[in-house]
Write a protein that binds this ligand. Structure first.
Ligand code: ZN
Ligand code: ZN
Length: 317
């Protein structure tokens, strides 16, 4: 399975500002002066010595993650990151009908606001299956593009699949081709759903917009089981620990809780996402360092890899 992040920001799209770019350049120049940089041939080594937050940006698009199994394209959430993914899919399918599956965690704006800009949804002959557990999903997605909120209605290439059993309960397991998908309700205002996607012996869990209020092992057990032995856990850690306490019931988590649950579950790669819009790249990478330090304190022998999700980040399993 190939994993790629197209959008990683929580709540609201957050482009890098001119002021932030200027500050990065100023810091790089300062470090260059300190390093005694005075010839062009030294630049490459100097660039390689720079901290990641100066050379990269986590990105500004809201949540959108792609899993490609070779046979199936699975899109986790449709934040603004789905706009460039749509253009990329048109290139990849090169004139053939685009076949893709969108799994929605929930329908807060930051997770659906890319749909009006997802070009494959408007092209006849394409087949976009949109899965969700929330009721009346077709109506809710259509409403987003109603006059006067958007100039054109939703495209006609969507098939809506309500994840519901005949008795009305939420569907916990289903298949997309030969890919196994499990769902899990998460604690979030209005409810959110996690997805556990397994194919060819590998598993990716997507668990965004979730708060874990009760840190007791009994309360965390269902989540630990859902995340069990995942090759990748994509985890909402929007806040610092202090903010998480202050913003109780806002529906998000922090890196320390992420490390605790992932360790308990035997996760191999913990990818932190749904970045707070007010956080600079510097703050995000500092939070990553805190997560790694905490992991080292909790289990110095752990070989779990912790990263922050950044736009364009790819992983092949
Ligand atoms: Zn969100
Ligand atoms: Zn939300």
């Amino acid at each position: 399975m190939d994993l790629r992040f197209w959008g990683v920001r929580g709540s609201l799209a957050t482009p890098l500002t001119n002021a932030a770019l200027k500050a990065k350049i100023a810091e790089i120049l300062k470090l260059g002066v300190e390093a005694g940089l005075n010839a062009e041939f030294q630049i490459s080594d100097f660039m390689n010595s720079l901290p990641p937050y100066l050379l990269q940006t986590a990105g500004g698009d809201t949540t959108c993650v792609e899993i490609n199994t070779g046979g199936e394209v699975i899109i986790l959430d449709a934040g603004t990151g789905i706009r460039p993914l749509g253009l990329n899919l048109l290139e990849r399918f090169s004139g053939k009908p685009v076949e893709a599956n969108i799994l929605l965690s929930h329908i807060h704006w930051d997770h659906i606001c890319g749909i009006p800009f997802f070009i494959p949804g408007y092209i006849p002959g394409n087949n976009i299956n949109l899965y969700a557990s929330h009721p009346n999903i077709e109506k809710r997605i259509n409403n987003q593009q109603k006059t006067p909120y958007f100039p054109v209605p939703l495209g006609k290439s969507y098939n809506f699949i309500q994840l519901k059993n005949q008795d009305g309960s939420a569907k916990k397991k289903f298949k997309i081709g030969n890919v196994d998908v499990e769902t899990m309700p998460l604690h979030h205002p209005g409810g959110s759903f996690g997805y556990r996607v397994s194919h060819s012996g590998k598993t990716i869990v997507f668990a965004t917009d979730a708060e874990y209020k009760d840190p007791s092992s009994v309360a965390l057990k269902p989540y630990v089981e859902f995340f069990r032995n995942a090759d990748v856990l994509i985890f909402d850690a929007q806040y610092t620990f202090v903010e998480n306490v202050e913003k109780e019931d806002w529906g998000h988590s922090n890196v320390f809780t992420g490390v605790d649950i992932a360790l308990e579950a035997g996760v191999k790669n913990l990818l932190i996402t749904h970045h707070e819009p007010t956080y600079s790249d510097s703050v995000l990478w500092k939070n990553l360092q805190k997560a790694r330090d905490y992991l080292n304190t909790m289990d110095p022998d752990s070989d779990m890899n912790v990263e922050i999700a950044i736009e364009g980040f790819k992983l092949s399993l």
